[in-house]
Each structure stands twice: as C-alpha cells, then as structure tokens.
Design a protein around this ligand. Sequence first.
Ligand code: NAD
Length: 483
Amino acid sequence: MANTPVTLAYGDGIGPEITQAVVDVLMQAGAEIDFEQIEVGEKVYLAGNSSGIDEGAWESLRRTKVLLKGPITTPQGGGYKSLNVTIRKTLGLFANVRPCVSYHPFVQTRHPNMDLVIVRENEEDLYAGIEHRQTDQVTQCLKLISRPGTEKIIRYAFEYARRNNRKSVGCFVKDNIMKITDGLFHKVFDEISAEYPEIQAGSWIVDIGAARLADSPEMFDVIVMPNLYGDIMSDIAAQITGSVGLGGSANIGEHCAMFEAIHGSAPTIAGQDIANPSGMLLGAVMMLVHIGQGEVATLVHNAWIKTIEDGIHTVDIHREGSSSERVGTKAFAQAVIERLGRKPGKLPAVEYSATREPIMSEKVTTGRPQQRKDLVGVDVFLDWSKGVPDDLGSKLKELAQPDFDLVVITNRGVKVWPNGYPETFCTDHWRCRFRAVAGDHIATHQQVIDLLQRIGDAGLDFIKTEHLCNFDGQPGYSLAQGE
Ligand code: NAD
C-alpha cells in the first residue's frame, strides 16, 4: 500500500527540535507516511503574511487532510491573529481531544490515579474573536454558542467515551450566570446523554468543577466543555500529571484533522535541546490511530511508556528518586527508538486497533424543526456621559413613542433606570431596552429603524442594537439584573 501523505509544520520556539524528535521516532517505528513540509507561524508573519500561513500550505493541508504541527508563537495582546485558531476554524476541526494521564510512580505527581480526557469545543465561544471597543471606556467580546456546534461536540464526547470504554462523561458550564449560552450547552448535554444510557453523565458549574479537577482529578473520566474552559482546564490537567510537556492533542473535524502538543512554543527554552517531545509524540500517536496505522501507534506508545518507566526523563519531569537519567530532547527520542518493540513492565501497555474507524459519521446534528421567531423589542446601546441615568431615562421615554416603551436602562448589566441607586458605578456604556407596544407586542424592522432615527436625531450616539426575540413564545434574551 502507498504511504499516507501527512502535512508537517515544525513550528516556532521549541517546535523544530521536538518535531524532529517525533519524526525520527515515527520513521524508525516504520510509520508509512510521506511528510510534506510546510512553513507556518513566525517566519511567515515576519515575511509580511499576517495570517501566518500561505496559499501553498493550505493547498497541502486540504489535500492530505492531516497535519502534524509543532507549537506556534502567537503575539499576546495586539499583533497577528492566532494561526492555531485560524487553522482549527478554517478546517472545521470542531473537537479538541486532550488525554491527561499520570505515570505514577515514574513521573512525580500529587495525583497518581489520574486518567482523564478533556474534549474541548474548538470553534466557538469567545474564540470567535469578535471584539469591539464600543466607547471610550468599554470593550466587548462576543461569546457565540450554537446548537449545531454544541450537538457535534457533545455527541463526539459520548461517541469517544463509548469507543474507548470510558465510564462517564462530565460537562463543565457556567449556566448559573450565562443562562442562554452555557445554558444551551448544558441543555444539549442533557438531551444527548439520554441517548447513551450505559455512560454515566453529570454536569458541573465550571468553577467548582475546576477546583475538583485540580484537587481530585481521579474522579473524572471524559469531560466535555466549551472552548475557553477547555483550553484552561486542559493545561491544568496536563500540568498536574507531572508536566504540561506530557500532553498530546488531537483536533478532529469532519474532513481534516490536526495533531500537536497541548503546550506552546516555550520560547525561553528553545534551541537548548532540553524540551520534552512527549506531548507532540503522544499527539503523533493519536495521528497514527487516525490514519489507520494503529500497529505503529501501539509500538511507539508502548516504547514511550517504557522509556518513562525506565526513568529516562527530560528536565521538566526529572526528579531525584523517580528518575534514573536526565536527557535532552534528542537523547530522549533515541531512548524511545531503542525501546521500539518493547512493552512497559509496570505501567499498563496500550493496544490500538490496526484499522481506522472514524469516531463519528458526517451526519451529526439532530435536525430539530426551526422555531417561530417574533421580534418583541430592541436593546439599544448608547455611548453617553452627559448626566445621571434619570436624565437619559426621561429623554428616551419620549423618543420611544409611538411604537415602543422604554422599560429599563442598565449599565454593565445592572439596572440604573427606573429607580436605580446612586451608589451603582456607571461607565459611558448604556443598554436601553425598548419593548413593542402594538396590540400583539410584535415589532417590525422599520419600527426599529425609526426608533434609531429618532435617537440619532436627538443627538444621542447609538453604538449597537440587539433584537429581543421570542422563539416559540419563549424569550431569547436575558433579563437585566434588577429588571
Ligand atoms: P508554553 O506552553 O509554551 O510554556 C509554558 C511553560 O511550560 C514554560 O515554562 C515552558 O518552558 C514549559 N514547557 C512547555 N512545553 C514544554 C516542553 N515540551 N518541555 C519542557 N517544558 C515545557 O506556554 P506560554 O509560554 O504561555 O506560550 C508560549 C507561546 O506559545 C505563546 O506565543 C503562545 O501563544 C503559544 N502557544 C501555542 C500553542 C499551539 O501552538 N498550539 C499552544 C499554547 C500556546
């Protein structure tokens, strides 16, 4: 059979050294792969391409449909958009699978019995990257959670659990506060979990869930989460196994997949031959399983466990007592190569199925009927700093007529009109809620446009609107605090 083409990116910082180590191990293990190298990240940014990836690289990716990628440096704060996020979203890699396992007593950890998998939603949530500075004082970031996106990730988590003989799937959300967005995630979790009666399901508010995860990770098995929580929790989970350098990560889509380490490019230790290549190697093991080379995956994974068990450790996990030899990146890879064909003696060995069985078919959504949508009002956001809330209230009450009533004004979500408290701290960013007054309480787009016209003509600076809609008669918007 012909070799499988795989696109390969060495990445930035420690990327080149750990990627080379991984490629060496895979080749020595007999992986039937033809790597096609592409250039992404810092070099491409610096050459003037602000996306960090050029057309030729996309062409390779879309053809091979599999990417093995070293970590990439993303500037913090300003500068270029994250290439990782761009690749995940452009290729529809909706599921980020991050197994976090402890290797006690060979790698020191406070959590000897940890063996969990975080399934992180990879395309939505605050990572949509839609941010605006709306007023002099206030910035915002949109958190988008969709039903199809949520159905896909939650079904993936349950299918993954079933395939891998996992006993439970947990869900982390913050739906006591974000009742609509995280509320949707939770609701879909409850709906889909009912289809998997053999798997125990439970949900956690993310703050206490995170505390439990950091304190007693052995109580978790598979955990599915929206993007941001999953990003944070998986770094914590990888770190408490002994090192963030031990975690591998698979990004799975309906058409393509990308495999990498959980950690970043660690620029402060780059070029010193000290980085741990294990995270990326375990990412590559997941890739071998994905492309149907389960036998090679078994060979590499067992050789790696044996190396860890023999106490041959990079500096991040090297400890007197549990380690026998401190090695650099290259020597670690060599130690794994020397152990190809051997199995661990004390830690459990792994065995992957020899052939490829995709976890999920392409049809993943449940096809529920579209609900009736009625426009019942509008939130108009204003940039205003010319007085106290009552001044704004009396002005807008008049401007609301004839189609709307002004019902509430909030500042950062807290009610300040009517009957606000002078103690409430206010910025220059006001949300003014108008409800339709016509007989059936349904508004038209034209009425919203007319309202904005009146507000603009009165010299007020409107900065955005959000429609208030009911879906099958149920409000699709949150109430203001104190409304
Ligand atoms: P990081 O994961 O690169 O490093 C965090 C800490 O862990 C550092 O102390 C580092 O030295 C250590 N570390 C990480 N990987 C290691 C390894 N393999 N062996 C030994 N020690 C290791 O996180 P950071 O410093 O926050 O980020 C650095 C850069 O990486 C940033 O530009 C960030 O945007 C990027 N990043 C990329 C990815 C990715 O490509 N998927 C993921 C996360 C961060």
